[in-house]
Every structure is written in C-alpha cells, then in structure tokens.
Design a protein around this ligand. Sequence first.
Ligand code: IPE
Ligand code: IPE
Ligand code: MG
Length: 242
Amino acid sequence: MPDTTPPKHIAIIMDGNGRWATQRGLPRSAGHKKGVNALKDVVKFCAKEKIEVLTVFAFSSENWKRPKQEVEVLMDLFLSALKSEVDELHVNNVTLKFIGDRNGFPSKLTDMIRNTELQTENNSGLKLFVAANYGGRWDIVQACRHLADDVLNGKLSVSEIDESRISDQLSLSECSEPDLFIRTGGEQRISNFLLWQCAYSELYFCEDLWPDFSPAHLQKALQWYAGRQRRFGLTTQQIESH
Ligand code: IPE
Ligand code: IPE
Ligand code: MG
C-alpha cells in the first residue's frame, strides 16, 4: 500500500531553460525569463495546496563557469524578479529564504536578498527556499567547518559528532528533508543539489523543460508520489502492519 500523505517538502531542479530557448531560436536568456514565470505559478500552487516547504535550485556553485554574459543575465534576473515579486510573495504569506554561499553575488543582489528575507520572515504560509550559489558539497564542507570550530573551542567532543549534529549545521536544518525531488529537463542526475538532505527523497524525473512546467505537471508528479511506498529501510510488511 502506498503512503498517501502528500509531501511536506518538495525540492525542484528547474532545468531546461536554455534548451527551451534554443528550440525556439531565442537567446538562452529568454528561457531563463520564461522560467521565472513558471516558478511564480508553481509557488502559487504550492501555497494554495498547503505544501509546507518548496526548495528550488536556481544557480549552482558550478554555474559560475558559464559564459560571463549568461551569468550576468541570471544575476540581473534574480534582482528584477525579487523586486517585482516580493510584495506578492508577502501577500500570499510566503517566507522567502536563500540558501547557498552569498559571497560572490553583486552587492545590490545581496542587499535585495536580505531585504526580501526580512520582509517575509514572519509569514506563516509556504516556506520558499531559493538555492543560489548552492552546492551540496559546499553545504557539507561548511557544516564540517562549524563542527570543527566547536571542537577546537571545546564546545563539542569528536564523539558527539553524529548525523543529527551534522544535519543541524546544514542548509534547511529548520525544516524536514525533501519528500519529493523533481528534476525537469530530462537529465537524471542530482548535479550537486541537496546531497545529504535527499538521502530518502522520492526522485521524479520528467522530460518537460522548466519553462513549460506548470501546476498541472506538478500535479502529475504529486500523483506519482502518491503511488510510492516509502520504506526507509523497513520491509513492506513492517510498514503495512503499522
Ligand atoms: C536551468 O536551465 C537554469 C540554470 C542552470 C540557471 P539551464 O540553463 O541549465 O538549461 P539547459 O539545461 O541548458 O537547457
Ligand atoms: C542544475 O542544472 C542547476 C540548476 C538548475 C540551477 P545544470 O544545468 O547546471 O546541471 P548539469 O550541468 O546539466 O548537470
Ligand atoms: Mg541545464
């Protein structure tokens, strides 16, 4: 019997913007712009459906290696999307937070991120995490550094380091781990997204390019998720006798 509890936390790799644009003879930037619209619709849908947490991968630590012009377009787009969307997010009771290494962003963007986070921090609806300059390996490294510091300062002994202490130092420590992981764009890889946090997520891959992804596509993923049985290492019999 599958577990029919809807996911509390959905994580999405929004992939395929460039290909969407190229297929139409447009510059890649057009795909990124259209991708922002797709995200707006998905956020509204999640807020309405009472999903607790949505984490989206917007820019990986590896994406700096893209052509300078594309990186600039993306930075400008983050800034303009934040400016134009913050009020609506606030009205929809969404809390917006960024995860990732903020060093390296233009200072205007860092300021805007901070303002948006402050404006929405007391909202009680959907928690939206945007992963930008994020890498799963970066996340684990920064957690290790915190713990090593605590050991050096005598706040923690080595034998006290366990999974929960590592989790506590990672991004997203304040919420439950992703139940459903979605990647659009046809690739079946994690590309350094939430490596630790997705240990037991259900993985859903679809061919749709991100700018084409709509709430109807998300509903399809939710239906697929409703058919999964999450066993966390137990047997089916153990799960069903509970
Ligand atoms: C995802 O779309 C957005 C970012 C990585 C910023 P891509 O830009 O990777 O699109 P494709 O995969 O090249 O089509
Ligand atoms: C992952 O997509 C990062 C984001 C969607 C932001 P990429 O397009 O960068 O991943 P690879 O390079 O295909 O693995
Ligand atoms: Mg891609």
